[in-house]
Design a protein around this ligand. Sequence first.
Ligand SMILES: NC(=O)C1=CN([C@@H]2O[C@H](COP(=O)(O)OP(=O)(O)OC[C@H]3O[C@@H](n4cnc5c(N)ncnc54)[C@H](O)[C@@H]3O)[C@@H](O)[C@H]2O)[C@@H](O)CC1
Ligand SMILES: Nc1ncnc2c1ncn2[C@@H]1O[C@H](COP(=O)(O)OP(=O)(O)O)[C@@H](O)[C@H]1O
Ligand SMILES: [K+]
Length: 528
Amino acid sequence: MKYIVSSEEMKRYDKNTTKVYNVPEIVLVEQAAGAMVNELSNLLSKTNTKLNIEINKKPILVVCGIGNNGADGVAVARLLNEKGYEAVVCIITDKQIENSSESFRLELGIYKSYGYKVNDGSLVESLYSDYQNGIPCKYSVIIDGMFGVGLSRDIEGLYYDVIKRLNVLEALKISIDIPSGISSTTGAVLNIAFKADYTYTFSFSKLGHFLWPGVDYCGNVIICDIGITTKSFLDSPPEFRFLEKKDLELLPQRTRNTNKGSYGKVLVIAGNRNMAGAAIFSALAAYKMGCGLVRIFTNEINRNIIQSVLPEAVLVTYTQTEEIETLLQKNLSWADSVVLGPGLGVGETSKEIVKLVIANTDCPTVIDADALNIISYNDDIKEMIKEVTIVQNKIFIFTPHLGELSRLLKVDINEIKENIVNFSKKVADEYRVICVSKDAHTVVCDSCGINYLNLSGCEGLATAGSGDVLTGIIASLLGQKMDPNFATALGVYLHGLAGECASRDTTASVMARDIANAIKIILKEIRY
Ligand SMILES: NC(=O)C1=CN([C@@H]2O[C@H](COP(=O)(O)OP(=O)(O)OC[C@H]3O[C@@H](n4cnc5c(N)ncnc54)[C@H](O)[C@@H]3O)[C@@H](O)[C@H]2O)[C@@H](O)CC1
Ligand SMILES: Nc1ncnc2c1ncn2[C@@H]1O[C@H](COP(=O)(O)OP(=O)(O)O)[C@@H](O)[C@H]1O
Ligand SMILES: [K+]
């Protein structure tokens, strides 16, 4: 597990390091520049660089603002010069230099003492004019040190023009900390952003590196250690983290002296006329993820298809509404975890089922797809959820994709895309649930502020039934008695890995069953 920070958090941890641990800011700037130049010179020494640029034959341009991102830039330029590269600083500001940060002034003083060159915005103007006249860029590498985590508003005026011109020049593009113009907290482009091939960031990656559209501007993100550690969190760790392969070691242990009852019983309440597949994928994934028993509660109409495709699942079917309540109560008391919603439909019977489950379940329950839609359309059920989560401490996991999230919040989907983190936190807080907002990088939030951004997965997962597989994986881990928040985050992570595995030969042909089947390969790789 690693932390990912927002702009506000990073600024706080920088400040704690200087104020509480007495590390002068200039020391941090020097450490940042030193660590970055070490990494960067490894990259520049490789012959592979973009556009076959001959790094050693042309100088490096470091474009700096006058805050601490610029201070890093000036220090990077000095260290590159000391390493034998020819690096030139270009300062971009519409303010007097007296308005610069203290570390910037210090770094500029040191840089000038060595006799290295400084330019202003007119250099970018002349490079742009060369570009328009078909003259190749005079610099092999352009390093962006204009704005980092201090970016607080839209890029305009001089800064806008500079970024626009730099973006068209042919050179290897590097950003310091985060591309100028990208919000470190939301990944939004604040009017315009520098388009980097590589981003060298410090101590912790930022949310903006992994949220869209920021992801597309960062290129490869390299984290440089500059000595700011988790001690600088004091009592307030970052809200977000991401999981890595070694976190799979925390999957529930399996031992010899056990039986199917030892690994959890999952009840999948899913499927309706023409929607048997949703129940099948959820149940199949639950078994593949290790639970001992799966029961599918579905419409009688699905009996033949489910039994012929997945005979391992026990079927409980209903034909008429009257028998549902007794049947559900009996099966809910049997279950260790529940999936509610895939392919369920939104008719009156389904609505009745959703209400009965919310009222009667007493184990962690994953609420997906049509069950979420039913909740969205019915304010009385919304209130019912809040009542049972807040008063009775019931554990619900909502797994909306962006369309379902938009219906649930009654907020336009484009607005949600701009700040998926905040909207996910809103659902988690308002309903006191764990909210899994499914996207290319899925966000998992709980109401205690322990949140995850998932970095596994690929576009092979963009296929019908993929979300049904996810419900089965999460419910299986819940049924095996893992902590609900961690089980959810680990389930999302593993689902992503399974998607990557199923996509090894092609992403286009991946189907839901391939993702479910790939769970076994992932578990085999970690000898589970
Ligand atoms: N503070 C520290 O202890 C450290 C900071 N470091 C570097 O410093 C950066 C943060 O530095 P700063 O907080 O000085 O901020 P930045 O250098 O990111 O931005 C400079 C200033 O620009 C102004 N600004 C914001 N948005 C603007 C816009 N759209 N147009 C014009 N001006 C705008 C703000 O007043 C801001 O303070 C980090 O990203 C990192 O690169 C690192 O050197 C490590 C240590
Ligand atoms: N491009 C992508 N990259 C990574 N994950 C993706 C991508 N597209 C979809 N996914 C994942 O695939 C799943 C799709 O779920 P969902 O839309 O509910 O599918 P369905 O309803 O058909 O089962 C989610 O977990 C989502 O995060
Ligand atoms: K930058």
